[in-house]
Design a protein around this ligand. Structure first.
Ligand code: HEM
Length: 545
């Protein structure tokens, strides 16, 4: 008994000593941080820093307040006084994501979580491994490949149109649809068919285990992180090396166990698909889906440049996860803006219908994807949505080596100096606010905070060249820029054409109280009904001829 008590006392002292030592280490580290003089808000507490506030506040509000108070670049605090640089400065973003991207890497705790969910995919890979993944995958994601898949996207949305049509015609005054839930099913089917020639059948509610798993993946594994989760992730990312993070999967948390099951399920389906593709390709060298192109591209690489079997399977989860809710949420935000602005909706419908008419005059049953870019107003609406409601709000990096980040807009340090460059020590975290960049008045004009598709009909030429599409930060930039951006815009356009051609969208009472919340991407919640999860109900009626 006495011995057990002694053991307990020793363990308590050792624990307390380690905690104090760790706090002293953290304190010394924060005092010597190279960005300690960058201006920024005081944290709610030294232990927690700003992260819980940042991840649980309405999208872009914290960033907006900091931007207004400190300028384009500021410092926030992680847990235990750890300094984090945040920026919306165009030159700094160019440097971090584009010109010096190999001096940075994604946060290692995030990579460990991504590996849990997807396996060793492109979303996890860094440096030489990432270069190899990207080289094999890129040929499958060009514009001709995306356009060739427009009939697949159209088929997916038409299934949803048919389901809505039946309900709308049976009702007197239209139906109310929770947009993100419906659209996520349609985009899951679209990406399943386009990427893997695999039909989830989720629009028709077929009981597909993998589809059901994917539908809840973000909410179960990320959701809105609790105070404990944010603190744990931040501490882990500061002290544990990547090699130890592989044991994360053994933690008995419900989110981690959900991720483990999801990975097992998607690997089983992916293994079947890869085998089928490989057999198929032995007999015929065809197929427009990403998996066929990927298997082909992998086969043509020299042995050491190829993807391994595990990496090949991992790309399936990666593409499903990166490509399904991002697109459905972007379409959700579009329909919301169109319901708020009936004049814009009418103008859009009139352009779509004139192109549908013209296509039918040519004997076609749909607008060919080659004509999508000619639809000036539709393109303008899409660009404006991608600017105004970019669903990936920020990207996070840590410096892989010491470096000096240049600023386009200097900031005043806490000691009164004008900072034109910011030195970063190795391992310093940097959060890039894509949403704040997309609202910079210097780039987008004095009405940057208004939803105004017309801005794209004038020549919009912001001084900065960033990213892959329309100088927007929406798809990221540089070596990790969205590989599926062409798919996203062709798919969004295929969806908008059919939805706006067939239906009218109107506001509901709930739609007047929407909050833009952070999950893995930006999701809509109804104020006062947050417990019901992702929601944006709109009224749907048949569009008049
Ligand atoms: C509106 C829809 C989409 C948005 C806003 C979006 C946004 C982004 C962003 C911001 C990144 C960069 C992340 C970073 O730098 O850390 C990214 C990466 C990525 N996206 Fe997308 N995405 C969309 C649709 C898609 C689609 C449809 C696919 C697949 C078909 C896809 C696949 C990927 C992949 C694989 C990466 C990782 C690329 C790499 O690390 O090399 N995304 N996306």
């Amino acid at each position: 008994m006495f011995q057990a008590y002694n053991l307990f006392l020793t363990a308590t002292w050792a624990g307390a000593f380690l905690l104090v030592a760790f706090c002293v280490f953290a304190l010394v580290k924060s005092r010597s941080s190279s960005i300690r003089n960058v201006p920024g808000p005081s944290p709610p507490s030294w232990f927690a820093g700003h992260l819980h506030l940042l991840f649980n506040s309405e999208v872009a509000t914290v960033e907006r307040n900091c931007f207004n108070e400190f300028g384009h670049t500021w410092r926030i605090k992680g847990s235990l006084g750890n300094d984090i640089l945040m920026t919306a400065d165009p030159k700094a973003i160019q440097y971090i994501l584009q010109t010096s991207a190999y001096r940075f890497q994604r946060l290692h705790v995030k990579r460990a979580i991504v590996k849990l969910i997807t396996g060793p995919s492109i979303l996890w890979a860094e440096h030489e491994v990432h270069k190899r993944h990207r080289k094999v995958m890129l040929p499958a994601f060009g514009m001709p490949e995306a356009r060739a898949l427009s009939p697949v996207f159209r088929t997916a949305v038409l299934k949803m149109v048919a389901v809505w049509n039946t309900a709308v015609t049976a009702s007197k005054d239209g139906i109310v649809v929770n947009m993100p839930a419906s659209l996520a099913r349609a985009t899951l089917d679209a990406i399943g068919n386009a990427a893997f020639d695999y039909d989830f059948g989720s629009v028709e509610n077929r009981d597909n285990q993998l589809a059901n798993h994917f539908q809840h993946l973000f909410q179960k594994t990320r959701g809105q992180p609790s105070y404990r989760k944010v603190f744990f992730e931040n501490i882990v990312s500061t002290v544990l090396p990547l090699t130890l993070l592989r044991y994360l999967k053994y933690i008995p948390s419900s989110g981690i166990q959900y991720a483990n099951r999801s990975l097992k399920l998607s690997n089983t389906v992916a293994a079947e698909l890869v085998n089928l593709k490989q057999d198929d390709l032995r007999t015929r060298n065809s197929g427009k889906d990403v998996m066929t192109l990927l298997v082909n591209s992998n086969n043509s690489e020299v042995e050491k440049a190829k993807l391994s079997q595990d990496e090949m399977l991992a790309q399936m989860s990666a593409i499903m996860i990166a490509g399904h809710e991002t697109t459905s949420n972007s379409v959700t935000w579009t329909l919301w803006e169109l319901a708020k602005h009936p004049d814009i909706q009418d103008r859009l419908r009139s352009e779509i219908r004139s192109f549908v008419f013209e296509a039918s005059e040519r004997g076609l049953d749909a607008i060919p994807a080659e004509d999508y870019e000619k639809m000036a107003y539709t393109t303008a609406v899409m660009k404006e949505i991608l600017r105004y409601h970019n669903v990936v709000i920020m990207v996070m990096r840590e410096a892989a080596k010491d470096c000096i980040v240049p600023l386009e807009y200097p900031v005043r340090s806490t000691t009164g100096e004008r900072l034109t460059h910011i030195p970063l020590q190795k391992a310093t975290k940097v959060f890039i606010s894509l949403s704040q960049y997309n609202r910079l008045t210097a780039l987008w004009g004095s009405d940057a905070d208004a939803f105004n598709p017309d801005r794209w009909l004038k020549a919009v030429t912001p001084g900065t060249r960033l990213g892959v599409y329309a100088n927007l930060a929406t798809f990221g930039a540089g070596i990790h820029a969205c590989i599926g951006w062409r798919f996203a815009i062709v798919e969004m356009q295929a969806f908008l054409i059919e939805l706006i051609h067939h239906f009218e969208f109107e506001m509901t009472e709930e739609a007047r109280h929407i909050k833009r919340e952070r999950a893995a991407g930006m999701i809509p919640l109804v104020q006062g009904q947050e417990d019901k999860g992702i929601q944006l109900p709109l009224k749907v009626k048949v569009a008049q001829a």
